[in-house]
Design a protein around this ligand. Structure first.
Ligand SMILES: Cc1ncc(COP(=O)(O)O)c(C=O)c1O
Length: 401
């Protein structure tokens, strides 16, 4: 470790300084954006993704770009990962990992509650390519243990999970996966590296939608996969270079700027979410509040050990949710009635159980029962932003009362 690296230690310092340095030719303190798609090289280089090594210069921006590299290094530092690769979106990152790892005959064990895009990809595209997909309630360790077999290549969890904020125990599931010679991937988008660093708990891969907390301002799409240098080799050669879901250097630059303030934004998101969740828990118009930071959350104990920050996502159940959704869309003044999450601006969206289960999760029996127990007919997913909490509570109160 160099002396400079020794001084860039704390999480806030790393968020600001890791991956970047003043520009050597101009002295510019803030990072430049390198938009060039190609690079002048001083000797011929091959075209094959498999011939590249860590010393290869920049050749072509689908393979690597200085602005993207800066974001990758900053994020790797915060996730305590050897290697990070960024993509055009969270789904491009997910696709890159699944498609570079899984082969016909492999089994994927995946949590039954997760981002609907991931759920649909797993249920439609993967079986078409000969991958067996098994869904499991990953909040129940005995069920994960029973689902994993000698055919399992990868276990995929999302924690906290979209949209009911159910948690999965990363280190226990990593043990279960490893005992079966499988690997564990964790979609940690809802947590961010400020709350949880899955690689330090035994996971093999971390996946993020950078569109959410990491970018933080709702103006750039991006995704990332992180892991060891060795494990990330196929994610780079196949997942990035062949599948081609490269992030634009401009988006990487915007997300890098957002990432610099992630530690202080997450503190503020958590503080606001706690205030709004506590207010809603007492509100007569609200049937239930799901927030890992509340003692009433069924996995609050796990949240306390696994999350250093409870994040800013709160889900609530309200009677006649669909009618209320139409009202919210018209009458909310501070919250935007919009999908997505993790922005400085507060967002809310209704996620109806019937539609989600029919089109995305396709769960039945005890899995459906357990989902309904938390979600009822549906939940409002609130992404609590950085506004004054009193204003957020007042805005919700004027539609709920
Ligand atoms: C948990 C989670 N993972 C992945 C994604 C996909 O990310 P993107 O929209 O950037 O493709 C989302 C999007 O909402 C998400 O919530």
């Amino acid at each position: 470790m160099t002396r400079d690296q020794q001084l860039i230690r704390g999480v806030r310092t790393r968020a600001v300084h890791a991956g970047e340095a003043p520009d050597a030719s101009t002295g510019a303190s803030a990072p430049n954006i390198v938009m060039s798609s190609t690079f002048v090289v001083d000797e011929p280089h091959g075209f094959s993704a498999v011939d590249r090594d860590s010393d290869s210069p920049y050749v072509y921006s689908r393979w690597g770009n200085p602005s993207v590299r800066q974001l990758e290094e900053k994020l790797a530092s915060l996730e305590e990962a050897e290697r990070c690769i960024c993509f055009a979106s969270g789904m491009a990152a997910t696709t890159a990992l699944l498609f570079s790892l899984l082969e016909p005959g492999d089994q994927l064990v995946i949590s039954d509650t997760n981002y609907p895009g991931t759920a649909e990809l797993a249920r439609t595209s993967l079986p078409r390519l000969g991958v067996e997909v098994v869904t499991v309630d990953s909040s129940q360790l005995t069920k994960v243990e029973a689902a994993v077999s000698s055919k399992t290549r990868l276990v995929w969890i999302e924690t906290p999970a979209n949209p009911i904020l159910r948690l999965s125990d990363i280190s226990a599931i990593a043990d279960i996966a490893h005992r079966a010679d499988a690997e564990l991937a964790v979609d940690s988008t809802f947590a961010s590296p400020i709350a949880t660093r899955p690689l330090t708990l035994g996971a093999d891969y971390v996946v993020h939608s950078l569109t959410k907390y990491i970018g933080g301002h709702g103006d750039a799409m991006g995704g990332a996969v992180l892991g060891t240098t060795k494990a990330m080799e196929p994610v780079e050669s196949e997942g990035l270079i062949h599948l081609g879901g490269t992030i634009s250097p401009f988006n990487a630059w915007l997300i890098q700027r957002g990432l610099a303030t992630l530690p202080i934004r997450m503190e503020a998101h958590e503080k606001n979410a706690m205030a709004v969740a506590a207010f809603l828990e007492k509100h007569s118009g609200v049937d239930a509040v799901l927030y890992p930071g509340l003692p009433s959350h069924p996995q609050h104990e796990l949240a306390q050990t696994q999350m250093e920050n409870f994040s800013g996502m709160v889900s609530i159940r309200i009677e006649k949710g669909e009618t209320m959704a139409a009202k919210m869309a018209k009458e909310l003044k501070v919250f935007h009635y919009a999908v997505s999450l993790g922005h400085h601006r507060s967002l809310v969206y209704w996620i109806g159980t019937d539609e989600l289960v029919r089109s995305s999760y396709q769960i039945e029996g005890s899995q459906l029962e357990s989902y309904r127990k938390m979600a009822g007919d549906g939940v409002f997913r609130l992404s609590i932003g950085l506004e004054d909490p009193e204003d957020l509570c007042a805005d919700l109160d004027q539609v709920l009362s």
